[in-house]
Design a protein. Sequence first.
Length: 493
Amino acid sequence: MKTLKDYEFWFVVGSQFLYGPEVLATVASRAEEMAASLNASGKLPCRIVYKTTVKTPEEATDTIKAANFDDKCAGVITWCHTFSPSKMWLNGLKLLQKPYCHLATQYNRSIPDKEIDMDFMNLNQAAHGDREHGFIAARLRTPRKVIAGYWQDDDVQSRLGDWMRVAAGVAFSKSLKVMRFGDNMRNVAVTEGDKVGVQEVLGWQVNTWPVGKLVEYIDAVTDAEVDALMKEYRKLYTVKTKNLDAIRYQAKEEIAMKKLLDEEGCAAYANTFEDLYGMEQLPGLASQRLMAQGYGYGAEGDWKVSAMTAIVKKMSEGQKGGTAFMEDYTYELAKGREYSLGAHMLEVCPTIAAAKPAIEVHPLGIGGKADPARLVFEGRAGKAIVISLVDMGGRLRLIVQDIECVKPIYKMPNLPVARVMWRAMPDLKKGVECWITAGGAHHTTLTYDVTAEQMHDFAAIMGIEFVHITKDTTVKSLEKELFLNDLAWKLRS
Ligand code: MN
């Protein structure tokens, strides 16, 4: 699996020949300096490479063509130190296939009161040049992120870093392979979808592998491999069961699934309790562990949530909040303390645990297999979002809701699974009404790291519908938005 460090971003600066070679040399050396300084800031997840100063239409087109075909390049960041006539950029931008950010900044923070003259004005005219540059992308309807502000400021660097994470997530999505064990759960609608359509739009290659092949891999795992993993489990988790054999079987499942995923280059998988032929337990601990290592997971054959979870995990690589496959389970509806309780049969990612998880073994009524080992813990408190991608028939809708996670208000000693409790925005009742109105699934990706703005940017780059339920959303405003979106998408297709 590629890491964020494997991607780089091209810093391409706009200018022209009007100002003479000295100005162009200054522009180039300052652009180098800015890229080096941004890389040294520690705010960016990937490296920025100053590529060139574009002065002619040919340079613009050649640079964009090269960016399109460079696998390392996850996006292009442009800026106009001077004026750069945008008809020069038109043919190139029409070809652009990589995420695009327009950094509207300038080299100097302040206007030098005493020194400023017309030479200074000609060299430092980003305010002028960036407007010309912005117009052509607006005219071409090229999706892009515009970030304005001083390049050395924390907020500008953080926003640029956030966008770079999104763009790397887009690159990851375009090459993502999802492994399916078994089909979707019988008769369930929201986990279904057009796999060819999704591959066309988001790049995902979603294919199936027989459960029997996985069973062969499980049977081939050696005792020594299991012993080594058991050591790691004891270090990371509190073992709260005498049934060590159940844990050992999950270790075998983890090793076998990881091997098969890696061999096939898959970074996400889905399985279903309806298709476990030859397996002794539904993977619980095993799936939780693989999610913690960055793999996407979806239960009941939900390959969409699996892929989204893998992408969000990639975007947030190195961040500490955590991202998990989640399911809305049940509500607390007492007045004044209304919450959702999220969990799953087994498979919640331990990266969101508030404290050291415990390995427990309990019976599982569903699936008809042996009692599976699983990690039990409480999710941490804090601001987060839940994400759901649904297939509307002919197009995809990405739904994001702001939530506030709290320490669960009950101990729930007989609940044998990991749990998270949250307040949906704008409040539980309206939040549920909005979510259901938008068609959001019961399965979600819950993340404390990736923001709604980042998911908005992801949807914009991919060209899919985006719906954000915030503290200010009303059912009425949402209904109107969905109605207008329907019209807009009919025009687009
Ligand atoms: Mn489920």
